[in-house]
Design a protein around this ligand. Structure first.
Ligand code: TRP
Length: 329
């Protein structure tokens, strides 16, 4: 049996080349080696206020982008979290075995709650819902970035605690994928990882940015005080541009050196922009096709939901039984 992979992405902000090169591109490549579920975690998104119409369109956009980028919906499932009621249901049951102290010490909770005037309970429960996402499908592999490692650790702790209270129920998920993608840094600040929530239009290139916007953003990217590429002394900005080029082109390190050594930054940027624009072209084309065919995306989301729902129902049935909740027959 193939191992099951589960990952979730919030339908907020704009999916950018960092998300693509760091995760999505790799998911597409390895999808047939696993049984994969890619989840659009809208219930996580509402832990902070989202404008409803905007959220609705972001959910559809993200689903269409997954497919446009190459996720094959016949094989892999693209699931909207809120369309499977069991995510919220299992989250409640797990909440009841989770000590408050575990949640209060999550660094992301601490960071997010600092930005809020009043802290919503959902923000505290966020990692329990994430644990429910994973345990609902007994996912063996959960590819996430470093920022989610603590949440995944908590998921394991919750599963262990549940198992010790109610008997072996959940399998322990592993963190990451065997292969890792590129780590793309912000164009405006190459010391920080490219982020969906960062402000400023020069920070990231979104997957749906038109070619002229891509060019403008890359031409403005931060470099260093050298005039041209020197592989020995280059700063993190130049290194970032080169690694973006390399991740899209899949050139070898030797090819990269031979081609870019001594190239002036203006030319380097032009070539990186061209590579990004040309690589995103087919994804943007497919995105257009997917979103212009009425009912197509909805059909895919329905099929995926129907495929995964029986697994979710089976887990909740078992958990209810273990905990002594009553099921009406
Ligand atoms: N919290 C994750 C993030 O912001 C998204 C997420 C929700 C997730 N549920 C998940 C990731 C389950 C992996 C598995 O990146």
């Amino acid at each position: 049996m193939k191992s099951r992979v589960f990952s979730g992405v919030q339908p907020t902000g704009n999916i950018h080349i960092g998300n693509y090169l760091g995760a999505l591109k790799n998911w597409v490549k390895i999808q047939y080696d696993y049984e994969s579920i890619f989840c659009i975690v809208d219930l996580h998104a509402i832990t902070l206020y989202q404008e409803p119409a905007e959220l609705r369109s972001k959910i559809a956009e993200l689903a269409a982008l997954f497919i446009a980028a190459g996720i094959d919906p016949k094989h892999s499932s693209v699931v909207v979290q809120s369309s499977i009621a069991e995510h919220a249901e299992l989250a409640w049951m797990l909440t009841c075995v989770t000590p408050l102290g575990w949640l209060e010490r999550m660094t992301q909770f601490k960071a997010k709650s600092e930005t809020q005037e009043s802290i919503g309970d959902g923000l505290l429960q966020y990692p329990v819902l994430m644990a429910a996402d994973i345990l609902l499908y007994n996912a063996a592999i959960v590819p996430v970035g470093d920022d989610q490692a603590q949440h995944l650790e908590l998921c394991r702790d919750i599963a262990l605690r549940f198992n010790s209270l109610y008997g072996e129920t959940f399998v322990m998920p592993k963190t990451s994928m065997p292969t890792v993608g590129a780590r793309v840094m912000g164009l405006d600040d190459p010391t920080k990882k490219m982020s969906k929530s960062a402000q400023g239009s020069g920070h990231s290139v979104a997957l749906l940015d038109p070619p002229d916007v891509i060019r403008k953003k890359i031409m403005r990217a931060t470099t260093d005080s050298n005039p041209a590429v020197d592989f020995e002394t280059m700063g993190s900005g130049v290194e970032n541009l080169l690694s973006i080029f390399q991740a899209f082109s899949e050139w070898t390190p030797d090819q990269m050196r031979a081609h870019f050594s001594g190239m002036r930054y203006g030319d380097l940027k032009k070539q990186v922009a061209e590579m990004v624009a040309v690589s995103l072209g087919p994804i943007q084309q497919r995105y257009k096709e997917i979103t212009s065919e009425p009912g197509y995306l909805n059909g895919i989301l329905r099929e995926s939901a129907e495929r995964v729902r029986p697994m979710a129902q089976e887990t909740v049935r078992m958990v209810k039984q273990r905990m002594g909740l009553y099921t009406i027959s």
